[in-house]
Every structure is written in C-alpha cells, then in structure tokens.
Ligand binder design. Structure first.
Ligand SMILES: [Zn+2]
Length: 303
C-alpha cells in the first residue's frame, strides 16, 4: 500500500522511529500499536507539538477542526436570548427580562439553538501561538523550516519495512521541529539523547539515503514552552547518528521475533495499556514495580 498523509498513521506492518522507541519502552504496548490494535492517548504535549507542526505545514485550520479538545467551550447568551425564551417559557425568565440564575442550565438544555457556543483556545495553545510568533520572527529558524513539509519516506532496515514522516526536507538536509519544555540537560544527557531524537533522525537519514543515495545532515529545530521561548538549531553529528543507527540495528532482531510471534513481548508493567490488559496474579514483593525485562534479569525467568 502506498502511504500518503491520509493513511500514514493507520497503515500497519511498518516500523517507524516512534514505534521503535515504544519497543524500547514497552514491547507489549508497541506490538499492539504495530498491529493497529492500540493507539497512544493524545496528551497535551503531543497536541502542542502537533499544533506547531500543523502551523509549519500550513494546515492549522484542519488541525483545529480535528482536535476540538484544544478549545474551551462556553455557551453564551445572545442579546435576545432571554427575550425569546421568555416568549416561549415565561417561568424561566425574571420580571426584569433576564434568565433566572437557577434555570440557566435548564434553558441551555431545552433551547440550545437560542444560545451561541464560543470556542476559545486553551491557555497551552495560546502559549503555542506565542512560540509560533517567536519562530516567525527569527530568520535563521524560519530558513530551517523551509522545504517540503511532512514528507513521507519508506524503506527497509535489516529487512524490516520502515516508514517515516519528515517535518522539513529540502533535498539537502533533514530537519525535525520539536517543541520542548526546556533545552536543559536531563539526568546528565542532552535532550537529543534522552528522548532518542538521534535514533529518529538516524532512521530518517537512512530512509532518505535509500531513496536518494545521499546521506544528508540532520538537524533539530527546537523551540521551548518557556516564557520567553528559547530557540535552538541543533546538528546531530554523523558520529552520533552512526551510533544511534547501530542501536537500531541491534534492537531490530528481537523486535522482528516479537512481530513474528517467535518471542513473547515483555511488559513494562506500568503504562496505560499494560494496566488495562493486566491479568492479576500473586507477585513477590521484591519484584513489585519492575518491568518484565528487570524481572528477567533478576530471576532469569520470563514473567
Ligand atoms: Zn507497558
């Protein structure tokens, strides 16, 4: 099946950078996602990233239509709402011609067509607009966002079909736009390493190489949610990309066996999908809170 922007996320049977990172976190959930049986719930951070990505792609209107949860919804009276309701149902309205306070929710329920629904962006997304404003006013950052947006690439890594969606591709470099909390280091690591962005870019670089025979430099264009926002253009150097690709190639044989049903996927034992699908049994207190992988290393047995 040829991939396009409409079927990209629904198409099963492909590995991707995000799925690979999910396999590193929780094989049980990753396998369900690979098979199209489970979708990670959207969280605010993902929605903010999607919001700015959509702006970058020029599809912010469609994004807002498809994600109503980014709005606060308020039902408000029109200038003639009370009068019109009073004409139909006088007991809901005071002598002064206002809707009675204790009858307001009933009025909204019974006569919804006489009210107006007002949608206002939630504060997190007003913050996202501030970020967009800061990005828009930075010439260098905007240069890195110039090119083909959300380019879909496919290929194979160690014989496994992969797909990728590149935020910005201009034929000379690969750029991924990231909206982060901060650029600070996390537990002694750069956020690139901590969040596996090197792995993501190494996969993109490889897929583009397979398509074009060109190994292109890879960048992250980072904007933070701080006030004022911090901006960074980060090059992930080829040594780090090679190391990340080595990690990918080392992980894939086990993932392939899990996908083929030869190896049972291990659970992290704490994510949403693990909790949802848990079968209750007695567990030793020493093992409580451990992932199946930790349990394997401690006991030598698969959970
Ligand atoms: Zn899990």
């Amino acid at each position: 099946m040829a991939l396009n922007s409409n079927n990209y996320y629904e198409s099963n049977g492909y590995m991707s950078a995000s799925l690979l990172k999910q396999f590193m976190k929780c094989e049980h959930t990753a396998l369900a996602m690979y098979k199209g049986k489970y979708i990670l719930p959207k969280n605010t951070a993902m929605l903010i990233g999607g919001f700015v990505d959509a702006w970058c792609e020029g599809t912010l209107d469609a994004f807002q239509d498809n994600n109503p949860e980014i709005f606060n919804k308020k039902i408000i009276e029109l200038p003639d709402t009370a009068e019109r309701i009073g004409n139909i149902n006088p007991e809901l309205v005071t002598k002064n011609g206002n809707i009675k306070k204790d009858k307001l929710s009933r009025a909204k329920k019974e006569y919804p067509e006489m009210f107006k629904t007002e949608y206002t962006l939630k504060s997190d997304f007003i913050g996202a607009l501030d970020i967009i404003n800061k990005i828009s006013n930075n010439k260098m950052f905007m240069e890195f966002l110039t090119g083909e947006k959300q380019k879909i690439v496919t290929g194979q890594i160690t014989g496994i079909p992969f797909k990728g969606k590149l935020d910005v591709y201009n034929g000379e470099r690969i750029v991924d736009l990231k909206i982060m909390r901060t650029c600070e280091r996390i537990m002694g690591k750069s956020l690139v390493e901590h969040w596996g962005f090197d792995i993501q870019l190494a996969i993109y670089q490889e897929l583009i190489y397979q398509e074009t025979s060109k190994r292109l430099p890879c960048y992250l264009a980072i904007a933070t949610k701080e006030d004022p926002a911090d901006l960074a253009i980060v090059e992930v150097n080829q040594t780090n990309l090679n190391i990340a690709m080595e990690t990918v190639r080392n992980l894939l044989p086990r993932i392939k066996k899990i996908i083929n049903g030869e190896v049972k996927p291990r659970r992290c034992n704490h994510c949403e999908h693990c909790r949802e699908t848990k079968e209750l049994k007695i567990i030793d207190s020493d093992l409580l809170g451990m992932s199946d992988e930790d349990i394997f290393y401690v006991t030598g047995e698969e959970n």
